[in-house]
Design a protein around this ligand. Sequence first.
Ligand SMILES: Cc1cc2nc3c(=O)[nH]c(=O)nc-3n(C[C@H](O)[C@H](O)[C@H](O)COP(=O)(O)OP(=O)(O)OC[C@H]3O[C@@H](n4cnc5c(N)ncnc54)[C@H](O)[C@@H]3O)c2cc1C
Length: 271
Amino acid sequence: MPDDASRPSIRDVRAELQVSKWLSPIHVLLTFRAPTIAAHAQPGQFVHLRVSAFGNSPLLRRPFSIAGANLADGTIRLLVRTVGRGTFMLGELFPGGELPALGPLGRPFPEIEKGREVVLVAGGVGVAPLLFYAATRDHDTKVALYGAEAELALVLADELAEHCDRTQLATDDGSVGHHGFVTDLLPETLGGLRDPVVLACGPRPMMAKTAAECRTRGVPCYVSFEAWLGCGVGACLGCVIPAAGEPRAYVRVCRDGPVFDADEVGWDLLR
Ligand SMILES: Cc1cc2nc3c(=O)[nH]c(=O)nc-3n(C[C@H](O)[C@H](O)[C@H](O)COP(=O)(O)OP(=O)(O)OC[C@H]3O[C@@H](n4cnc5c(N)ncnc54)[C@H](O)[C@@H]3O)c2cc1C
């Protein structure tokens, strides 16, 4: 785990919504003006948003990966899948509305040596931090594998493809790309590369399969986790997942992650 003293301080700001754009019936892309967060954000980090501008309901903030940061206009982008009360409230926010935002939080993806081939494995809204990575990190080869339940849910696929040398899609229903899981594409992709590193974000079974495939081949793999967060800053321990190695050892998704070396995770004990 990195030394806490090496982390930049967290900003608690009022983020003003500038643009709200629906990409599908359940996905909304939000652009907030939050210059101090934009200036320090790194791919893999997240913001913890209070979803109501006034009052305390819902009480807990909601975490979202930073999908992009623009230094020139001081904005950050969040890709939100509406699944419950908090995310529906975000979808209904009008431009000009302001929300308290804490960030950037968490451990980002590591710096990968330029000469290595980077393979991005995205599942659903797991595309958000990987799009930020693809747009801001230079590598000789960037390959994206992006899967979702159907074509409609493969939001921002064109933008991801713009930043990658090769992009392959997969859908559960076969509406576009490979008919099946995105992880089905991994063996052939990794087999064709010289010195790959894998970065993954998506549902836990997808990341477990990705980590297992990488372990078999001796390929470094970093995974970004979602979990139910309470405080978002490492105090409440509500978001822990099993750590590799010792029994009954845990790591905090919000503070030690959300990005982990796949070898740090106790995959066998993960639910
Ligand atoms: C580090 C991190 C980054 C995230 N990045 C994104 C992102 O970029 N885009 C995005 O859409 N979502 C992201 N999430 C998940 C997002 O925070 C939850 O979907 C959101 O908090 C749900 O709030 P709600 O009030 O709408 O749902 P609630 O009413 O609280 O819950 C509704 C349902 O949503 C599911 N759910 C709720 N919270 C989570 C969670 N944390 N993880 C998985 N499932 C959950 C459960 O099935 C629950 O039954 C991220 C989570 C973490 C921890």
